[in-house]
Write a protein that binds this ligand. Structure first.
Ligand SMILES: [Zn+2]
Length: 137
């Protein structure tokens, strides 16, 4: 499960979790919640230029450079699935550190996404019928 980048409508989508089994169809990430909803992508101020990089990666929502600050994280999947549980970010602990340097625990969202994958797996691959050996004559 390595990180993987894909460009979607000009927005850099950066998945945190990726499996060979499901590929881009079910790529997972920690999604940001602000005010109970998903904020739009944030833009990096990299000076002038036609291409201002934007991202929805959770580490970008750090409240720096006028970017919004993430209030909570939840698991999201490329298929549109969203985790039910929300994991609030403890900014008192994070302090002024950039989010990617803060030791944010993604175990909760990752576990939710992993559970989602096993549900998908169960649906996609029905249990094989045991071979019926008919030996009665
Ligand atoms: Zn999915």
């Amino acid at each position: 499960m390595a990180g993987r980048n894909a460009s979607e409508g000009g927005v850099l989508v950066e998945w945190d979790w990726w499996t060979v089994e499901f590929g881009d169809v079910h790529a997972g990430a920690a999604g940001v919640l602000i005010g109970g909803g998903e904020p739009g992508p944030v833009y990096f101020d990299v000076g002038s230029g036609p291409n201002v990089p934007s991202t929805t990666h959770w580490t970008a929502y750090d409240g720096r450079s006028r970017r919004p600050r993430a209030e909570a994280l939840r698991a999201v999947c490329a298929c549109g699935w969203r985790g039910a549980a929300e994991y609030p970010l403890d900014w008192a602990t994070i302090g002024d550190r950039p989010l990617y340097e803060a030791d944010v625990d993604l175990a909760g969202p990752l576990a939710d996404w992993t559970a989602h994958l096993s549900v998908v797996r169960d649906r996609a691959v029905p249990l094989p019928e045991p071979p019926v050996a008919s030996k009665s004559r």
